[in-house]
Write a protein that binds this ligand. Structure first.
Ligand code: HEC
Length: 115
């Protein structure tokens, strides 16, 4: 049943929409921009597709976005250290971290249990 559009209903719906906007897109990354950045900076070690190309670098495709963001922030703050990643992370803005995490987490992976 449709909700009648009275003045007070509109105010309530409007306030709810504002809350959703504040909680939602602020954390959304731009996967296409992340892919560009990955191609420019990360691909030599992690691959553009997130499949690691050097020993010791992690596979990033299909990883949880939140985990990727947390690890990149940790490399940036020094809470996590690695000769290569600590340097790379210093060059990233918060928006680039969101975009890169969006890109790598958006790549579908297939997991198969061993028989
Ligand atoms: C010169 C090689 C190199 C480049 C370039 C590089 N990485 Fe890494 N990355 C590594 C290595 C090596 C590790 C493993 C670090 C460790 O052992 O702690 C790593 C780890 C990570 C991790 C943690 C993965 C996990 O499972 O905990 C993330 C996230 C990550 N890299 C993202 C990136 C992103 C995004 C870029 C591009 C902006 C990038 N890396 C560029 C070498 C690289």
């Amino acid at each position: 049943m449709p909700i009648p559009l009275t003045r007070s209903n509109v105010a309530v719906v409007g306030a709810a929409a504002l809350v959703l906007v504040a909680a939602g897109p602020a954390r959304a990354g731009d996967a296409a921009a992340g892919r560009e950045k990955a191609r420019a900076v990360c691909q030599a070690c992690h691959g553009e597709d997130g499949k690691a190309l050097i020993p010791g670098a992690a596979n990033l495709s299909g990883q949880q976005k939140e985990y990727l963001v947390q690890q990149l922030r940790a490399f940036q703050s020094g809470a996590r250290r690695n000769d290569q990643m600590s340097i790379v992370a210093q060059t990233l803005t918060p928006a680039e971290i969101e975009n890169l995490a969006e890109w790598y987490s958006s790549i579908p992976i297939i997991v198969q249990m061993p028989k």
